[in-house]
Design a protein around this ligand. Structure first.
Ligand SMILES: Cc1ncc(COP(=O)(O)O)c(C=O)c1O
Length: 314
């Protein structure tokens, strides 16, 4: 059984050893903040904080594991406090009910959030909440044993100052049953991001089935044409990003759909927004490059930096 070794560490983080005590029993009990084998990650599953966050903890029949029947949220954490918790919990509920699952038990989710954040003390991190259909028979039919709820907190590197993006050949289906829902069926995003990375880029961008600009694998996209800030509408099939909504509220901008090819060639400025990227200028899109972020992008990033502190709670 893996064991934990609480240790305040250089950043005040409680480190947890991930090595097996069977292999190195004495080392597993020795705090070692500089070692790559320690992690500030903490995990909570269905009411309990796991002694080892890497332990196998979800049943092999879980419908999230077997068929991707689940929903999730990723939140940014600064100094142990989550950003935009309310909007993320609201979207978790919308995604679950959109999938035909019951609305997750908000008190249970909050208990998990508190447990991992209290344990982790993250200066900068991310929180992942996942709710699945729970144990079920093999196949697409659901079981009746109740949902699985997991909450994981881990550290996160700071956002890179800019991004390179690549258009991928696979469309987002804006008319599909899961359009606009944040489900655990993210394999399309995994393939698209791997494609972007193979081209030396940081994010992939999708058009939808009619060729309009949609979104990235884990981000929404804004651009400037004729001095006007624009972003695809939710009807494009993109996720209703929490960051997207706040950028629209704080910076303004027009929600409008346009062919991806037209945007990629005409836009004077482009930026990505997401929980993990905040407002991130795009300086390369396929074969096109920009020398530096434009004035509207810089203004949006400055507004974000100024107003973001309003969104932390707990
Ligand atoms: C497909 C997709 N689009 C957009 C976003 C951005 O949403 P948010 O700003 O809520 O992080 C995400 C978040 O991961 C996403 O998965």
């Amino acid at each position: 059984m893996p064991q934990t070794a609480p240790n305040p560490g250089v950043l005040g983080v409680s480190w947890v050893r991930t090595e097996s005590p069977e292999q190195h029993p004495e080392e597993c009990l020795r705090p070692c903040p500089a070692s790559p084998t320690v992690t500030p990650m903490h995990a909570w599953v269905d009411g309990s904080l796991l002694p080892d966050p890497h332990a196998r903890a979800v049943r092999v029949t879980d419908h999230g594991l077997t068929v991707g029947d689940g929903v999730f949220e990723t939140l940014k954490v600064v100094d142990g406090r989550p950003f935009a918790l309310g909007p993320h919990l609201d979207r978790l509920e919308r995604s679950a009910t959109g999938l035909g699952l019951d609305a997750p038990d908000r008190d249970a989710v909050l208990a998990g959030v508190r447990a991992v954040l209290d344990a982790a003390h993250l200066p900068l991190g991310r929180l992942r909440i996942t709710v699945t259909g729970g144990p079920a028979p093999m196949g697409s039919g659901r079981g009746d044993e109740g949902q699985t709820i997991t909450v994981v907190a881990d550290e996160m590197p700071p956002t890179a100052p800019s991004a390179a993006i690549v258009t991928v050949p696979w469309p987002r289906n804006e008319r599909g049953a899961t359009a606009g829902l944040k489900t655990t069926s993210y394999a399309e995003n995994v393939i698209a991001l791997a494609h972007a990375k193979s081209q030396g880029a940081d994010e992939a961008v999708f058009a939808n089935t009619v060729g309009d600009l949609c979104e990235g694998t884990g981000s929404n996209i804004f651009y400037v044409v004729d001095g006007e800030l624009r972003t695809p509408t939710l009807a494009s099939g993109c996720l209703a990003g929490v960051t997207r909504a706040l950028v629209l509220q704080w910076c303004g901008g027009l929600e409008v759909d346009a062919p991806l090819g037209q945007v990629a060639t005409r836009a004077d400025e482009v930026f990505l927004v997401s929980t993990t990227r905040d407002v991130q200028p795009v300086l390369r899109w396929d074969g096109r490059t920009w020398a530096e972020p434009g004035p509207i992008t810089r203004a949006a990033a400055a507004t974000w930096a100024e107003r973001e502190p309003e969104g932390y709670s707990l």
